[in-house]
Design a protein around this ligand. Structure first.
Ligand code: ZN
Length: 196
């Protein structure tokens, strides 16, 4: 059963999450939680979900960018965003390291700020050292949209939301995104909004 997703304003989204021990990670309770998070992410639907979004201050996030999410996105948008399918990943106690110094802006949304989107700058390549669902240490090197999803989810574990990083003048409802901004490049949007 999908778990209700908490919305911005809930204190759990602003609290740094607790790290898990290896014993806690392999406990059946955590296995069940990860399964529930996967179901909740699919049901939303979303490409990532962090434990605080279901009300738990735990350092766990799941992500997956499924092939069937990409099939309706125009190829030029996929190319512009370096968006490719990403298999299901569980990220526990992650430490993020940027692999590049420059950042790239795209519209980004969050299941906990439902109905809105804004331009957010993120590193285009990152390395994440974390534990997986078997409590094994893994290093994930990611670029493009995958790198963006990781940065977004790891922010959640540190009590941050994309609205803390967004270009505030670009903040828009999804309806108005559709009505006014879809199909425009980031440069065109910036020019129309008087953003540098
Ligand atoms: Zn989010």
């Amino acid at each position: 059963m999908p778990i209700p997703i908490v919305q911005t304003g809930h204190p759990v989204l602003r609290k740094p999450a607790q790290q898990l021990t290896k014993a806690e990670i392999v406990h059946p309770k955590t296995r069940d939680l990860i399964e529930a998070m996967r179901e909740t992410m699919y049901a939303a639907p979303g490409v990532g979900l962090a434990a605080p979004q279901i009300g738990l201050d735990l350092h766990i996030a799941v992500l997956e960018d499924r092939e069937d999410y990409l099939k309706d996105v125009p190829q030029e948008v996929l190319d512009e965003r370096s968006r490719r399918p990403v298999p299901f990943q569980v990220v526990i106690n992650p430490v993020l390291k940027p692999l590049v110094s420059d950042e790239i802006a795209f519209f980004e949304g969050c299941l906990s700020v439902a109905g809105f989107t804004a331009l957010v700058s993120r590193y285009n390549a990152v390395e994440v050292t974390c534990l997986n669902e078997q409590a094994e240490e893994v290093v994930i090197r990611a670029e493009g949209w995958h790198a963006r999803i990781l940065q977004h989810e790891i922010d959640h574990l540190n009590g941050m939301l994309y609205i803390d990083r967004m270009e505030t003048r670009s903040f828009t409802s999804l309806d108005n995104m559709k009505n006014y901004w879809n199909g425009k490049s980031v440069d065109e949007v910036r020019a129309a909004l008087n953003l540098a």
